[in-house]
Write a protein that binds this ligand. Structure first.
Ligand code: 2PG
Ligand code: MN
Ligand code: MN
Length: 555
């Protein structure tokens, strides 16, 4: 049972001004070389914070420290914000799916029973991100599901693939498509009619998030469900290699492949979705599959014209939104995240302001609150979303940092909030483009905006905590596994790294209202993101709640 009562801290008094909590998304602490955009950028705010003895350290943001299956797993926004907001290390989706596959329990639940009703007479469609990145999905889990369905009576399987190049190297989607083809050939050998049916790049097709651009989802619906796309191909490997060479994005990459449909010798799409079919989304992470789930599941739906809405047996690999019960049926129960800091604050009458731009809006609200889409107490909380641009973000590395900064300042000045929580998306979203120069600019923009927020917090006699959710901008080049030397292509150019990194992230505290003796303790060298929530309670003048990982402050 969670005890929600907050007790005053014995030595740290409540602050006179507000507490600013600032997340610089994708800002890691890493080797300081020319490929580290954080290091290359002009960052006077960050540099000053780093110099204060006892008030700067790094914390772990990847692997088992944040509930991922292994320490080879890079961190990501979902697990990062879950850990930051909950103050607990929670077994995350990827781990839960691994366990359910290993024990076979995935085949015993209501979700599997629901889809397996369609196996004898209809088609099972599997839709999701095709890579081993482990952020949204993993190919080994997809392959297990294909084989598991074939073993359990599925007669016809169609896979709809979203190419990655963001959590894994650009160009790797060809290899993943080949691996999937081999698994499908294997089950065809057992008499199952199994094919890849459609696909497209994850940033262009289906995997929009937080309703940034429904057109992305509409393109996916057209390809997966209606069997319609601007490009048709006889197979997925041909589709991906051809579109990589000739697609319409500039530059074309796995992330931005146009939608495509696989057609048979007769020119007909091999796998549109029909009434009575089963559809399973095989991503475990929620944000980028909520919208496609709504399109399948909701009878009332106005986001785009579906043209045709097949009545399907729909499941998610997990339930993606517990408040919305979306989707109603799922293969693996999602992590139970309770006693999160947002709820503790609300139950104690403390007032919260949270803000980011669309791309990260759900990160500082939904993920922060343990995957809950609503408020704990609307009277005490204000959430503000600044609409994101709809361009590849290296074109506009400033993104919405100015608008977010202004919204944050207004909230700080208003005196209406005990905590003001801000996420700056730039280092992460620009880092994912692989464009080093633009990412350097992104880091500088964020540093400047953070500088203004810290200065105002000081002026108001407040306190601040500066951190991140995982690395990204801190390493922008793919490296030789052993020597760590940058990889180069045939032309001698270094090969960009578009993914997150395994780097730890900064944690800095300060503010004119922070009593002098407050500093980080030295006995928690392995601390991670889950230690931040308790630290925040201390900064607010309270003892850390007992169910959370310990605070990192001594006072
Ligand atoms: O863009 C995303 O979906 C992921 C990377 O796959 O990034 P983040 O975890 O930072 O949201
Ligand atoms: Mn992130
Ligand atoms: Mn990211």
């Amino acid at each position: 049972m969670v005890d929600f009562t907050l007790k005053p801290h014995p030595t740290i008094p409540k602050p006179e001004g507000p507490l600013l909590v600032c997340i610089m998304d994708g800002w890691g602490v890493n080797v300081e070389d020319e490929y580290n955009a954080v290091h290359v950028a002009e960052t006077p705010t960050y540099d000053a914070a780093r110099k204060v003895p006892g008030r700067f350290r790094s914390i772990l943001a990847h692997g088992t420290a944040v509930g991922l299956p292994s320490d080879a797993d890079m961190g990501n926004s979902e697990v990062g914000h879950n850990a930051l907001g909950a103050g607990q290390v929670i077994d995350q989706g990827a781990s839960l799916v691994d366990k359910a596959l290993a024990s076979g329990s995935i085949y015993e639940g209501e979700g599997w029973a629901h889809i397996s009703e369609a196996f004898a007479e209809n088609t099972l469609h599997l839709i999701g991100l095709l890579s081993d990145g482990g952020v949204h999905s993993r190919t080994d889990q997809l392959f297990a599901l294909v084989r598991g369905a074939a073993d359990r009576g599925a007669k016809r399987i169609r896979v709809h693939v979203l190419t990655d190049g963001r959590d894994v190297p650009d160009g790797s989607s060809v290899g993943f498509a080949k691996e999937l083809e081999a698994v499908l050939a294997e089950v065809r050998g057992r008499g199952v009619d199994a094919l890849i049916a459609s696909g497209g790049g994850r940033m262009c097709v289906t995997m929009d998030r937080y309703e940034a651009d429904w057109e992305i989802v509409r393109r996916g619906w057209a390809a997966h469900v209606l069997g319609e796309a601007p490009h048709t191909f006889p197979d997925a490997v041909t589709a991906i290699t051809t579109l990589r060479a000739e697609g319409s994005a500039d530059p074309v990459s796995d992330q931005w492949l146009d939608p495509f449909v696989i057609v048979g010798a007769d020119g007909e799409a091999v796998g549109p979705v029909r009434d009575g079919d089963a559809v399973a989304v095989f991503n475990f992470r929620a944000d980028r599959v909520c919208q496609i789930s709504k399109a399948f599941e909701y009878e009332e739906f106005a986001a785009f014209d579906r043209v045709r809405w097949p009545r399907t047996r729909f499941v998610g690999l997990m339930q993606y939104d517990g408040d919305l019960k979306l989707p109603a049926r799922f293969l693996v129960p999602p992590p139970a995240i309770s006693g999160v800091s947002g709820e503790v604050l609300a139950r104690n009458g403390l007032r919260t302001f949270a803000c980011s731009e669309t791309q990260k809006y759900g990160h500082v609200t939904f993920f922060w609150n343990g995957n809950r889409s609503g408020y704990f107490d609307e009277a005490l909380e204000t959430y503000v979303e600044v609409p994101s641009d709809r361009v590849p973000f290296n074109q506009l590395p400033l993104m919405k940092a100015r608008e977010i900064c202004e919204a944050g300042k207004e909230a700080l000045r208003s005196g209406r909030y005990d905590t003001v929580r801000i996420n700056f998306a730039n280092p992460d979203m620009v880092g994912h483009t692989g464009d080093l120069a633009a990412t350097v600019e992104a880091c500088a923009c964020v540093d400047a905006a953070v500088g203004e927020l810290l200065a105002l917090t000081d002026e108001l006699g407040g306190r601040w905590l500066l951190t991140s959710d995982h690395g990204n901008a801190d390493d922008m080049v793919q490296r030789h596994k052993k020597t760590l030397a940058p990889l180069r292509d045939e032309a001698g150019q270094t090969v960009a790294l578009t993914s997150h990194t395994l780097a730890p992230v900064p944690l800095a505290v300060g503010g004119a209202g922070l009593p002098e003796g407050v500093a980080f303790r030295e006995d928690q060298p392995k601390a991670g993101l889950a230690n931040v929530a308790a630290t925040i309670f201390n900064l607010l003048g309270y003892e850390a709640p007992g169910h959370m990982e310990p605070s990192l402050l001594k006072a």
